[in-house]
Ligand binder design. Structure first.
Ligand code: OOB
Length: 557
């Protein structure tokens, strides 16, 4: 009989797998801190980062990271401590992350859109001792206010550090630049960072990525994407997200000796100006953003984009029709990227024919990425058949951070991660994503765990039951619709109630992108035999309306 399951930070790879990954040269025992040091020796005076008017060489970035590591140490931070990092797209993001990597402090990669509910969860799960913010986001949001709200309740947080702008009562990052002292080298098998899972359950999940596994995915991605010292990568998506960070993203660019240009905002006006000014060669976008760039290039012309060589698109489904517009409209190649913060990343390759590039989401990074496509009973389906994607490999986690109960469901007994994606795979290993089994909404690449929003809505006294489902949307791919069963259906006008429910969610401090785009009131939610809400029926209801050209994208009311 087994006792209660033990919570662990890092579920290790079995020893025979670990040995194999080392023998194959995937895991090289280098930490992310040592990686930057090595690049600084190699590329010292080359420009590593451009952010606004600032340009930092590899050597400067390396030194800044050392100084801040010393400052964080002086503040009392120690190896193994967790720090929630929530920064807009600014160069300090890299300084802070590399400072943490050098100290062995573990950054939790929060996104700028997260609000009190999410940040409080990340703190509670990780026991973070510090929260690192900027005064304001690109949208003007004041993160110091969020910090104050967090500190108003019991919390593990001891420090709030402000990396840019007015620190008010908190610690300004600039005051933390200390004289550099040598630090012990980190063990590359340790957790380097905690990524966030898109999730499908009520509680967010943190993803422990080790130095060894993360760096392998970065190095291999940079090679597959053919990055080099001539690469100029424009970072438009939130810097902390796994796609622009590591696939191959900013870290891949630094790995290759290229230059990272940080875009404060992703809109075409901002991005096109930066592309022209810095002769950008690559960028990574989600499909919704690609659409807005395509429309802008089609109407304004693409003169500003002459330097672009390759546009990477991933994070959500890209339709072949939109994919086909990339070369004629932007004048560069398209590379599809299908990845996940848990690990596995797939790329189409530059030599692939158009059918592959337009219609598939590529094939895995590694020969040792094991892929299974299975039916509901975990039996392998034939090549070309649709099934659930399971994966295991040298940079895919074996378990979430401190989530033993969930891990038992999210992984098979032999360590395959259940991605929740429905795919088909061809004889050459190319994967096409056809849908999703997990209870998640992919809103333009931003992932919403349905259960999380449902739990929040259920805290409103008028909500008896609720189900959040995806509504097809021409721009974002999907938006969210909450079907709500009321406790007292006639208590107040529904239009007012819909507004009140959205307000309620805002007050509970959830990220704006998670607030339902639309709310539908129903007398009773349809149930399946075991008494679960029949979400498929609700989705079909919405699809039926879409076919009738109802304006589904409009927030309701
Ligand atoms: C990336 O990472 P996450 O963790 O935000 O989301 C992963 C999920 C996948 O399981 C899949 O459901 C969806 O996002 N997804 C795609 C896709 N790329 C990701 N669905 C359809 N087509 C694609 N190309 O989104 C991510 C991480 C690293 C690289 C790229 C994307």
């Amino acid at each position: 009989m087994s006792g209660p399951v033990q919570e662990v930070d890092l579920t290790p790879w079995p020893e025979d797998f670990a040995r194999h990954y080392r023998e194959r040269g995937y895991w090289r025992g280098q930490s992310l801190g040592a990686f930057l040091r090595e690049r600084a020796h190699q590329y010292g005076e080359r420009i590593a980062l451009i952010c606004g008017a600032r340009r930092w060489t590899y050597r400067e970035l390396d030194t800044h990271a050392d100084e801040v590591a010393a400052g964080l140490q002086a503040l009392g931070l120690r190896a193994g401590d967790r720090v929630v990092v929530q920064l807009p797209n600014i160069a300090e993001f890299f300084v802070v992350c590399f400072a943490c990597f050098r100290l062995g402090v573990i950054p939790v990669m929060a996104l700028p859109g997260h609000r009190r509910a999410e940040i409080a969860s990340f703190c509670a799960i990780s026991g973070a001792v510090a929260y690192l913010i900027a005064e304001r986001g690109a949208d003007g949001y004041d993160y110091r206010q969020l910090a104050r709200e967090l500190l108003a309740h019991p919390t593990s947080l001891r420090h709030v550090i402000v990396a840019q702008g007015d620190a008010a009562e908190f610690i300004a990052l600039d005051t933390l630049r200390h004289e550099v002292r040598p630090l012990p080298e980190r063990d590359a098998g340790e957790i380097a960072l905690l990524q966030l899972s898109g999730g499908s359950t009520g509680r967010p999940k943190l993803i422990p990525r080790t130095h060894d596994d993360y760096l392998y995915s970065v190095r291999a991605s940079a090679a597959i994407c053919e990055l080099g010292t001539d690469t100029v990568f424009l970072a438009v998506l939130p810097l902390a997200h796994n796609f622009p960070l590591s696939s191959p993203g900013t870290l891949g660019t630094l790995c290759a000796g290229g230059c990272v240009v940080v875009a404060p905002r992703p809109d075409p006006a901002t991005a096109f100006a930066l592309i022209a000014e810095h002769a950008v060669t690559q960028a990574a976008l989600v499909p919704a953003l690609l659409l807005s760039w395509l429309d802008a290039a089609a109407s304004r012309g693409r003169d500003a984009l002459a330097s672009l060589k390759c546009m990477q698109v991933g994070g959500a489904s890209l339709s072949p029709e939109v994919a086909a517009r990339v070369r004629p409209t932007l004048g560069c190649a398209l590379q599809q990227v299908f990845g996940m913060a848990e690990g596995l990343v797939n790329y189409t390759r530059s030599g692939d024919d158009d059918t592959r590039i337009l219609h598939t989401q590529g094939r895995p990074i590694s020969d040792d990425d094991e892929i299974r496509v299975v039916d509901d009973e975990d039996r392998d389906v034939a090549i070309g058949e649709v099934g659930h994607l399971l994966t295991r490999g040298p940079y895919t986690i074996r378990g979430y951070y401190r989530a033993a109960e969930h891990n038992a469901r999210a992984f098979t007994a032999d360590g395959f991660y259940r991605t929740g994606d429905r795919v088909r795979r061809d004889a050459q290993g190319y994967i096409q994503v056809v849908g999703r089994a997990k209870d998640q909404i992919n809103r333009g690449g931003e992932k919403i765990a349905a259960e999380e929003v449902e739990h929040q809505l259920l805290t409103h006294p008028q909500v008896r039951n609720v189900a959040l489902v995806a509504v097809p949307d021409a721009f974002l791919g999907e938006r969210s619709c909450a079907f709500v069963e009321l406790a007292q259906p006639d208590a107040q006008p529904r239009s007012r109630l819909a507004l009140e429910l959205k307000m309620h969610l805002r007050e509970r401090g959830i990220a704006t992108y998670k607030i339902p785009d639309r709310i539908e009131f129903v007398d009773a939610l349809p149930l399946t035999a075991p008494g679960k809400v029949a979400k498929q029926q609700l989705r079909e209801r919405l699809h039926g309306q879409a076919a009738n050209a109802a304006p589904l994208h409009r927030s309701h009311p």
